[in-house]
Design a protein around this ligand. Sequence first.
Ligand code: UN1
Length: 510
Amino acid sequence: HTVNQLTTNIAAQEQATYHATSLIPGAGTPGELQQVFSPADLTRCIGSYNLTRSEDTDLAIENAHQAFAGWRDTRVDLRADCLLKLADLLEQHRDNLIYLLQNEAGKTLADCIAELREAVDFCRYYADQARGLCGHGEKMPGPTGESNYLYHQGKGVFVCISPWNFPLAIYTGQIVAALVTGNCVIAKPAEQTSLIGHYTAQLIHQAGIPEAVFQLVLGPGSQTGNQLCQSQRITGVVFTGSTQTAQIINLNLANRKNAAIATLIAETGGQNCLIADSSCLPEQLVKDVINSAFLSAGQRCSALRVLFIQQDVADKVIDMLKGAMDELNIGDPRLFSTDLGPVIDAKALNILQRHDQRMSAEAQAIKTLAEPDMNGHFFAPRAYEIKGLEILEQEIFGPFLHVVRFRANELDQVIDAINDTGYGLTTGIHSRIDDTIEYVISRIQAGNCYINRNMIGAVVGVQPFGGMGLSGTGPKAGGPGYLRQFMTEKTITNNISAVGGNADLLELSD
Ligand code: UN1
């Protein structure tokens, strides 16, 4: 590999290439070679990776199965230390990671830094939590004469299927949560971000995680995913991506013969709305709307898709929005001045272009920025006014804002319409009226509610992130309940009043 040649210096970047393969002890010759091009510049090949052959995916499952008991019984302190080491390694290798995030995922520098920070936070947060949860029992209240302890231990083999939009943070967060709680992991990063997945995987091994305990497969996408999720040896799947794919995973897991019911931890799509009433502060609203809808090229599941604005202030806010959109720079993600880069690939671009055609025929255009003159998958920010949510058939994953006007007496209809989408990821409310805020927040179905601020960038351990309804299973990543899902629970009841009974038996256990 040419890891050491990678650099954040743009001139030198033009020369650098990176090669990735699956990481499976005992694997045979690598599968078909795929080239990787920068989404911001389709003429620039930044590296390549080998697909994983299906017999090697089977081998990965077998390796993980064999390695499980040893890893489960490894002291939690040692597992948690690996996560702390990984956090340090991620920080030490930040130049290369940022290089890959910019060139393979098309992320801006600000997004890269935030993502690196989040990956590091996941490592430290879960390491700390695991020490408090694993390896020793939780004493339960009980009658005198017996002692009761609840123990947590790893469940088995987890498959971690992560998205291209957070190829470092979500990828790392899923993996380290499963590992630190005593599970073996087979990671399948989104194919669009195989290089970042591979680079980070090497750091995970450098941090001390054994090769059979953590393995990497690199697609082909749905074929490898299906193969993994159809295996009886898989105990659970952690997935972030579309609601549709989560349903396929769920079916695959459910259809396995003679297999225990699997754990599925899914964080999926949203149709995220923000309600702003006439008491909102327009300057702040516009700033928060711009950030939530357009930064990261709208490619966050938390991103704002629909602004509901009260009629009385709508014209003014829409005018200000147009002006603020003009300030956005879309272009080369490697330049400091760029606010948003390209979308991830031709397929994503095509879906956005088709939605744009529909909107230009059926909705009222507010503003469309110009696309940069670059040979990449660029889709410039745009906003349309629509009558209601019915016109939006699916989540629109890009820098695309929809605006709906409502009257003061229509707040209930707005809330019902949002809840009727079935999604429940993020929501926003901009208002200076406490009663309105409380009313909206208590009725809206949403996992993350933001009051008078933007709707993206949830911080690990501070704003646990995840949805309800069609948006995911919960408990939330970066929150107090997340790690428990990765562990099986064992209740141990000891009759300490029996002849030879020992009250210290479990107290002493680590
Ligand atoms: C995603 O986009 O898949 O709060 C979820 C945020 C991020 C969203 C991650 N944690 O913006």
